[in-house]
Ligand binder design. Structure first.
Ligand code: 26Q
Length: 831
């Protein structure tokens, strides 16, 4: 274990007794100066705003510490049941502004900074995003942490401290170029290293089967290559309630054996290489939001997280004398964020049996009672599978355990459905073939007592299609938990003007009870309120326009309709359909057919997985179409298009308050939920959307008259597939025919012949899984209704207010309450 002397002599009680820090402007200003001058050792010659930001962060962090300790102690003393959110991704974004808000320090800090002649905005902007996630799944985890702390639930997040987060996106000649995101380079004032809780994680080696003195079968996992897991804790403050929860992220470090064995053998370079190999495990986030399967390093990351986390939790559990493993499941539960941490199932079995002498049935009972699994995807190709041979090398003991789980499971199936070989093959955890694969989702389904989708439609489709066999077996396991977002970050922090206006009219309770936004309905028709609402939206649009001008060199007129689609670039999300609409609009403007068209500024943003060639072609297409249209003087102010580079959490905080129209246009049945859609709705954007994911529930809440619905339903998509004929659709639709003609004649790539041919072919392919052409007509017609509506600004503003008013259900506070009521069953604990 760690070599450093952590067992030092006990300090006197006075040593840890501290007087609370002041929350007034004067105390804040004093501490800020102290940290700048003494902690950081800077002076008036320091030119970098980053040090001032860091001093500010320390000042705020100091004020989290006592609450953090008190929260930990309150949980310990209550000896309460706890939940652990296991996720390969936590897309936290920035911390400072959120911490100021949740601690209620925003006002006094403004005063303090004024005293010192500093600009809060500028300091906030010096913080790097913690981009430890790809998109929706990772950001959801971050929203959940905020809600758990605000609801005072004893929940801890466990993840990986990637040295490099989500890559930075640059554009070169309209193509995406990835640059590494070394977010920790300037230090991270929010994390606290806790080397005293270091854990050893094993890899490789072999299994030795023996019998102990009592004749019991024992397994030893030996000759392994071990890696140390060092925890880094980040405080997660609840909203003004004294609670501070913990996000624990693991960093990989080489064990000291590296130095001893190989260094002494004279193989210095080899020993350094081995050390690097160990530390590589947490070097970089995999930037795929739909799977790119079979990469050994990714499996290493998953196991590293699962093993370090479970050992940490078991160790803490057994540290108190009265505790036994037999009641572990009564007091502990795990939520698996998709299948990514699902190896935890086999790891908990291993730890209980091999390290803690437990028998299979007792261990299995603990696993099944404590684990729950959330699915985030309906794309079959995105379901995780791992080659058995990879497991045999990397995790031989876990492979044995998974085979045993599968053997017992299939025996049950054979009993329930005798003579049904096809079913056994369908449901087996092992997919047969020349290179057999472990189906991680099935492992999660077998081992977890609850499994949920993330929106009503998604949960239904999981039961009826994706996991139908398992639903037939265990219908009681399946449940829905519709996603949500935290209104602290996604309204109060990112849209302070609107937050103030709302607060003045209905009170500030909505910051912890988002349902209260319902009270805005009574104000939707009030012209004075409408005017204020509109003015705030306008100011937010001006702010975004300024950023678009500096980032993209394009002028957005805040009078125009701001039409926005930001999310990962993926074919199923159909950025292509958006482009077809843009080209169609451009075509109409060119032809002078501009009846009923309002001025529009269209912004598209998002990252493509570096290996996803088609997604990268779509980015290039958007950029070419944008450059062509923006450069066409005949169009004037009527249409502006930009691709906003490096879309990330912090960009969304600027974008969503400024949106008039939110594009949620996935092929129905493909988007599990969507959460960007909720952030837009909360900030008063109207949605144009398919009946997919959470769109359906948003529309239900706001009423169909306040929601622009279009396109095939999920059921219709399934039916149409069999005789989908995009070429006939194109031939019979003059608008689409012209759009395809413009694409095909190279209007947007005159200097780069042929580059869009693959995209054109994909649209015309009868097997196009995303059926872009099928929804074109209804999309275009619905976009026309949008224009019509926008022409009546009072009417638009009324609908905008009604959308915010109806967004209460989409708070992650509600989602977390749902998880807690049905799955975690935790008591809130006052810190
Ligand atoms: C898998 C294997 C190897 C490498 C990477 C991955 C991987 C990583 C991330 C696979 C999937 C993801 C992320 C998926 C995701 O973000 N899904 C989204 O989850 C949101 C929250 O529930 C939903 O709102 C979105 O609909 C869903 O697309």
């Amino acid at each position: 274990m760690p070599q450093r002397p952590f067992q030092s002599s006990q300090p006197s009680p006075e040593f840890t007794e501290v007087t609370p820090l002041g929350h007034d402007a004067q105390s804040l200003a004093d501490d800020l100066r102290r940290h700048f001058n003494w902690t950081l050792g800077r002076d008036r010659h320091c030119r970098s705003v980053y040090y001032t930001y860091t001093a500010l962060a320390y000042t705020v962090r100091d004020r989290l510490m006592a609450r953090w300790r008190d929260t930990r102690q309150a949980y310990e003393e209550a000896d309460c049941r706890r939940a652990y959110y296991l996720s390969l991704e936590f897309l936290m974004g920035r911390t400072l502004n959120n911490a100021l808000l949740n601690l209620g320090l925003d006002q006094p800090m403004q005063t303090a900074l004024q005293q010192l002649g500093l600009q809060l905005e500028e300091l906030l902007d010096a913080e790097h995003d913690a981009g430890l996630g790809n998109g929706g799944l990772g950001r959801l985890a971050a929203c959940f942490l905020d809600s758990c702390a605000t609801l005072q639930l004893p929940v801890m997040g466990y993840g990986i401290r990637y040295e490099y987060g989500m890559f930075r996106q640059r554009l070169r000649k309209g193509y995406q170029v990835e640059e590494p995101d070394h977010w920790l380079r300037d230090g991270n004032p929010w994390e606290l290293e806790r080397p005293e809780h270091t854990i050893r994680v094993q890899f490789g080696g072999r299994c030795e089967h023996t019998h102990d003195d009592h004749g019991r079968h024992r397994v030893r996992w030996i000759d392994t290559h071990d890696v140390l897991a060092v925890p880094y804790d980040t405080p997660i403050p609840g909203y003004r309630n004294g609670t501070v929860n913990t996000l624990r992220l693991w960093k990989a470090a080489a064990t000291d054996e590296f130095k001893l064995d190989e260094f002494h053998a004279g193989a210095y370079p080899e020993s350094v290489a081995a050390k690097n190999a160990a530390e590589n495990i947490t070097m970089v986030l995999y930037p795929n939001d739909a799977s790119e399967n079979g990469k050994e390093l990714r499996l290493r990351q998953q196991y590293f997280l699962a093993s370090a986390t479970l050992q940490d939790i078991l160790r803490r559990w057994l540290a108190r004398p009265h505790r036994k493993l037999s009641n572990f499941a009564e007091k502990n539960c795990f939520q698996l964020n998709d299948t990514h941490p699902t190896i935890a199932v086999a790891e908990l079995m291993r730890l209980l049996m091999d390290e803690h002498d437990m028998q299979w049935d007792e261990a299995w009972a603990i696993v099944t009672q404590s684990m729950a699994y959330t699915n985030h995807t309906l794309l079959p190709e995105a379901l995780e599978r791992w080659p058995v041979r990879l497991f045999a090398n990397l995790l031989p003991r876990h492979l044995e355990i998974i085979y045993e789980i599968n053997g017992r499971f299939l025996a049950d199936i054979a009993q329930r459905w005798p003579d049904d070989a096809a079913r056994l093959q369908r449901m087996s955890l092992i997919e047969d073939g020349p290179d057999p694969q472990i189906r991680m989702a099935y492992l999660a389904l077998v081992a977890c007592h609850k499994v949920n989708g993330v929106a009503a439609l998604h949960s239904r489709l999981i039961q009826q299609h994706l996991f139908a066999d398992f639903y037939a077996l265990w219908p009681e396991k399946f449940t829905n938990k519709t996603n949500g977002v935290t209104q602290r970050r996604w309204l109060a922090a990112c849209n302070p003007k609107l937050t103030t206006l709302i607060g003045q009219h209905i009170g500030e309770d909505f910051i912890t009870q988002l349902d209260r936004l319902r009270d805005l309905r009574g104000l939707a028709d009030d012209p004075a309120f409408q005017r204020q609402w509109h003015e705030i939206k306008f100011a937010n649009k001006q702010a975004l326009a300024a950023r678009v001008a500096s980032e993209c060199g394009v002028q957005f007129d805040p009078q125009a309709l701001f039409d926005i689609q930001v999310k990962r670039i993926h074919e199923y999300k159909r950025q292509l359909l958006n482009v077809l609409h843009i080209i169609h609009r451009y075509d109409r403007l060119l032809r002078g057919d501009d009846q009923g068209l309002v001025n529009r500024c269209i912004l598209i943003g998002g990252k493509a997985a570096p290996g996803y060639v088609r997604a990268k072609e779509i980015i290039k297409l958007i950029n070419n179409v944008a450059a062509h249209i923006n450069g066409d003087t005949r169009i004037g102010e009527r249409l502006r298009v930009v691709f906003f580079p490096d879309f990330r959490v912090t960009a969304m905080e600027l974008i969503c308050p400024a949106a008039d129209l939110s594009e949620q246009i996935s092929t129905a049945g493909k988007e599990a939920s969507g959460t960007g859609n909720m952030k837009f709705m909360l900030n008063g954007a109207l949605t144009i959307g398919t009946l997919d994911g959470a769109n359906i529930e948003m529309r239900e809440q706001v009423g169909e008259e306040n929601f622009f619905t279009f396109g095939l339903t999920a059921e219709e998509v399934l039916k149409r597939r069999k005789h989908y004929d995009p070429n006939t659709i194109i031939a019979e639709d003059d608008d689409l025919k012209r759009v395809m003609g413009m694409l095909e004649s190279g209007d947007f790539n005159a200097q780069e012949p042929g580059i869009f041919d693959p995209i054109i072919h994909a649209i015309r392919d009868p097997h196009d899984p995303w059926m872009t052409a099928a929804d074109f007509r209804s999309y275009i017609d619905t976009q026309m209704r949008v224009d019509q509506c926008y022409q009546d600004q009072a009417q638009w503003t009324r609908m905008s207010i009604l959308n915010t008013a109806a967004s209460g259900r989409f708070s992650s506070d509600r989602t977390i309450s749902d998880y807690n009521q049905e799955i975690w069953k935790l008591e809130p604990i006052k810190a």
